[in-house]
Write a protein that binds this ligand. Structure first.
Ligand code: GUN
Length: 302
């Protein structure tokens, strides 16, 4: 039986609608409009596309997005000074500094300067620590792993006791994904570029999260029949007639014949990332206003 395709675009739309409803409620009850500052340094074309979508979707949800565009030659001190200004601004509930940053700026220094309570990317060491110690009620959780977890729970209901394999150990996806799956009581394995016999690890997994950034790296015959596959990769490769196309980290055609369910690329995890950024901004605005924020993984259950 072919795999069920997990429609990330539709689930992201549902999440954005929920965020929009909560934004209206916060405005009506507390007079607070959630504010999201989006900071882009330089001209990276992919970053420009992401940042534009983030600001557009924020506005559609009723969140006030404030764009800050800085030149490629911005110094670390200049960026730190902007971050400090945003930390102090009560109209700003979320601060996102788009990565990668130009080489003269040390990303870790910038991420550590962001107020953890406004860190809607969840990259500050305080948020990393809160996630690692299961204090989710105080944490802000990185958007791509959070979106991936919502898709998994939407599809599978409970994931307790399942064997999950996370391929990739980045700070943005792999590591926080491991923590989220562990919090859900999965048995979690982490694979990376030095892992021996990756196909064998994959064949034991009920859940595979592929976040390695290598086009179609995970082959269909590595997948355990019926497994759920979350493909975080977004890779642009040569297509037919001189065009390019987007593919994930998983060989979709092969894997979709064997998996129980799989996310497509595009239209899977991608739209969930931005929806979760909006959800995190609302969470932060609720906490600043002293009201309880929704539990997103429960709110979007099937
Ligand atoms: N660059 C690639 N992914 C991300 C992300 O989730 N947040 C930020 N700020 N930059 C990124």
């Amino acid at each position: 039986m072919p795999a069920q395709i997990i429609d990330g675009a539709a689930i992201a739309r549902q999440l954005r609608e929920l965020v929009a409803a909560e934004v209206s409620k916060l405005k009506a009850t507390k007079g607070v409009t959630p504010g999201l500052a989006v900071v882009l340094v330089g001209e990276n074309p992919a970053s420009q596309v992401y940042v534009k979508s983030k600001s557009k979707q924020a506005a559609e949800t009723g969140i006030k997005a404030i764009d800050h565009r800085l030149s490629e030659t911005t110094t670390e001190a200049e960026l730190l000074s902007l971050v400090q200004k945003l930390n102090a601004d009560p109209a700003v509930h979320g601060i996102l500094v788009q990565l990668p940053l130009p080489s003269q700026i040390r990303s870790a220094e910038i991420l550590r300067a962001i107020d953890p309570a406004k860190d809607v990317d969840g990259f500050h060491p305080i948020n990393v620590g809160l996630l690692a110690t299961a204090q989710l009620e105080h944490a802000l959780v990185p958007c791509t792993p959070l979106g991936s977890l919502i898709l998994l729970k939407r599809h599978l209901g409970t994931i307790e006791g399942l064997n999950a394999l996370v391929i990739g150990r980045s700070n943005i996806v792999g590591r926080p994904m491991v923590q989220l799956l562990l919090n859900e009581s999965c048995t979690v394995e982490i694979a990376h570029s030095k892992t021996d016999d990756l196909p064998a690890h994959c064949r034991r997994a009920d859940i595979v999260v592929a976040a390695i950034g290598k086009p179609e790296f995970v082959r269909g015959d590595w997948i355990r029949p019926g497994a759920t596959v979350i493909d975080v990769g977004i890779n642009r490769i040569a297509g037919s007639e001189g065009k390019t196309k987007l593919v994930g980290d998983v060989a979709f055609e092969e894997a979709s014949k064997i998996a129980g369910a799989i996310t497509p690329v595009p239209g899977g995890v991608g739209p969930m990332t931005i929806a979760c950024l909006l959800a995190n901004t609302l969470t932060s605005a609720c906490r600043h206003a002293g009201v309880k924020a929704p539990e997103w993984t429960k709110a979007i259950r099937a």
